[in-house]
Write a protein that binds this ligand. Structure first.
Ligand code: MIC
Ligand code: SF4
Length: 642
């Protein structure tokens, strides 16, 4: 039987396990990436493992999230990451060099190989035919040390593209259409493998927009084949030697096929506050816009920027709109500036921000009170922009520019601008001098790792008892994101290396009194709804609750990376067998979870509440059970190395 792209890469990297949907497999990892907001934890954990040098083919530490440096904290973190990287064989991408996913795609990603990154949008590299996963920092630390990456073998869904996009309809609209159809949880437990005649019309940066935003469906990862378009992109980046063809066999089997006819798509828009709240732009056109942002790891490629420049050239944005543009990388910014297109953007009235995540993660450029912000980004969760009552819409760069020009949400096709034909350049301007080489092994021992006072140690879990009799400290609803659990933004991100300080902000979007209540209770549990932990890979959303004494989360269902992070932290992720039991339990209740060891073996655990029994499910692999018994992966690693 033939194989698909994802299966081919999985078989060639399989260390153990059976490639059967749902069973745990261990994969060899060729490359890792970290960014600064999750990187400090990842490297602290890597250091705690006591391994001198990374054992991957290439590991890169990027600085792209915490770039405001409004105090010493971020600068200290950057120095720590730079020094720890140099010592342990990790390449260091300087602040200003660009957003990890964009730079990785341009300069590092290799088709047919595996990558894990401590950022949920790591699947961006799937646009280049790489099998790339977002993971918690500890999983990345383990992979840097040469350890396997464990996942449950996902179902593989084929997304079959036919036809060709019409003018002003873009790869972003394809992502939004998929989200409209399958929702923010439709991809959970699945790999989205893209194929069909239609993919031949999509360049690597366009494909990367799609694999990037596949994360918003909850998918384990998304991947395109490595084909002639991949070769063309790699050649243009001067990396032809990295090209390996990797395409699906004609008789490859998939669990499901979703067909999207590119020729029928229209410009789409995700309305507040979820990326799957998608309608056609024409259905909401005319709404007044206060702010427009172009950039983020979803849409910050050179072609995205050149299309914006073409639309803005010789025109002025509306007086009532404030507009920012952030290029995904130094390469994009340099080329945009060299060809004069940057001047066209600036002349229109837009302002330039540095190459980094910026407004996407609330690091500056927050909207005005109650403001309407149109963004070419991938997430529009409540409060994420830094303005609690802002309303964020997600659109293509083209729709964003059209709306910036008119001051209201505008379908770009209605402006009468001639179609934008911006092919991938034959040759990109390359300069890797901002990716610093690690020290040679013989020099490494003389390198001191620099730790500022904001860098505190990582909290460590406790061995799992057989009974947990704990109060409910918080009950939340469906689709709680990691941005609810552990918000980001310019006021909180500087404390990513300081869990005690971060804990003051835990769940502040839902209930600012939670941290204090949890502290008073000592140990507690949290109740959640469907898709608990959606969104980012930040393990802070597990480590901070751990620090505040949370021992279990009981939800209707969990998002994949967050569930893995809870287990790694030693927090029990339990699921209601009957979703309606969620209604029986409230904040302040005192349930008793009994016979945990046997329950974890059978996958069914009993909880007693006010004389009633509630069944909870917890399907775990043997490895995950050992992690939970030990009180987290760090403890287990220490026990095993004794
Ligand atoms: C995000 O887009 O939410 C982030 C910020 O990039 C996170 C990582 C983090 O929280 O540091 C992600 O996507 O994993
Ligand atoms: Fe950065 Fe935003 Fe991409 Fe996250 S989604 S990596 S914050 S640009």
């Amino acid at each position: 039987m033939g194989l698909g792209v994802a299966e081919k890469i999985i078989y060639s990297h399989l260390i153990s396990g059976t490639v059967k949907t749902g069973s745990e497999i261990a994969l060899h990892i060729d490359q890792t990436l970290t960014q600064d907001a999750t990187g400090t934890m990842a490297y602290l954990q890597f250091e705690a493992m006591g391994i001198d040098r990374v054992r991957t083919e290439k590991s890169v530490a990027y600085i792209d999230h915490n770039m405001l440096q409004s105090g010493f904290e971020n600068a200290d973190d950057h120095r720590y990451i730079q020094s720890v990287a140099k010592k342990h064989g990790i390449w260091f991408s300087r602040p200003g060099n660009g957003i990890c996913h964009q730079v990785h795609l341009e300069r590092i990603a290799v088709p047919g190989k595996t990558l894990i990154g401590s950022d949920s949008h790591t699947p961006t590299a799937g646009g280049l035919g790489m099998l790339a996963f977002g993971a918690g920092g500890l999983d990345v630390a383990v992979a840097m040390g040469g350890g396997a990456y464990y996942i449950n073998m996902p179902e593989i869904v084929r997304v079959e593209l036919t036809g060709k996009l019409r003018p002003f309809v873009t790869a972003k609209d394809v992502s939004l259409e998929l989200l409209r159809r399958i929702s923010v949880k439709g991809g959970v437990g699945k790999i989205m493998e893209w194929g069909g005649e239609g993919i031949k019309t999509l360049s690597v940066p366009e494909r990367a927009t799609i694999t990037n935003m596949g994360t918003e469906t909850g998918a384990t990862t998304s991947v395109f084949p490595s084909d002639d378009n991949t070769l063309e992109f790699l050649k243009a980046q001067g990396r032809e030697k990295d090209f390996v063809r990797c395409e699906a066999d004609d008789d490859a089997k998939y669990s499901e096929i979703i067909t999207i006819d590119l020729s029928e798509l229209e410009p789409m828009i995700a309305c507040p506050h979820q990326p799957d709240n998608v309608v056609k732009v024409s259905e909401v056109s005319g709404i007044k816009v206060d702010q427009v942002c172009i950039g983020s790891c979803t849409n910050s490629s050179l072609s995205d920027m050149l299309k914006c420049a073409n639309m803005l050239k010789g025109r002025k944005i509306s007086d009532s709109v404030s507009m920012s543009v952030s290029c995904g990388s130094k390469q994009v910014l340099t080329m945009l500036s060299d060809c004069g297109a940057l001047g066209d953007i600036l002349a229109s009235g837009a302002r330039l921000l540095e190459c980094g995540c910026g407004p996407c993660i609330g690091m500056g450029f927050s909207p005005n009170s109650g403001g309407i912000s149109l963004r070419s980004f991938n997430r529009n969760f409540e409060g994420r922009s830094g303005t609690r009552d802002a309303k964020v819409y997600l659109v293509s760069p083209e729709t964003a520019c059209a709306s910036a020009l008119t001051g209201v949400i505008t379908d770009p096709r209605t402006l009468g601008i001639s179609s934008l034909n911006v092919p991938v350049p034959k040759s990109f301007t390359t300069d890797d001098s901002a990716i610093l080489e690690p020290a040679l092994p013989e020099e490494a021992k003389n390198i001191a790792v620099i730790k500022g006072p904001n860098i505190k140690s990582v909290p460590v879990g406790e061995r799992l008892p057989d009974t947990l009799s704990l109060p409910v400290a918080l009950k939340v609803g469906d689709n709680i994101t990691t941005d609810h659990i552990m918000p980001a933004g310019s006021k909180i991100l500087p404390f990513r290396s300081n869990i005690p300080r971060m804990s003051d902000f835990c769940f502040s979007v839902c209930d600012p009194a939670f941290p204090e209540r949890a502290r008073v209770l000592g140990k507690s549990i949290i109740i959640g709804g469907v898709n608990y932990g959606q969104g980012s890979s930040r393990e802070h959303a597990a480590l901070v609750p751990l620090y505040l004494g949370v021992r279990a989360v009981i939800a209707k269902s969990f998002a994949r990376i967050h569930r893995a992070n809870l287990i790694n932290a030693g927090i029990l992720p339990l699921v209601f067998e009957n979703a309606s039991d969620y209604d029986m339990i409230n904040e302040g209740d005192n349930p008793v979870i009994t016979d945990i060891k046997n329950g974890l073996e059978s996958g069914r655990i009993m909880m007693e509440l006010n004389g009633k029994e509630i069944t909870l499910l917890c399907e775990l692999s043997e490895r995950q059970r050992s992690i939970l018994y030990a009180g987290g992966l760090l403890n287990l690693t220490r026990e095993e190395s004794k």
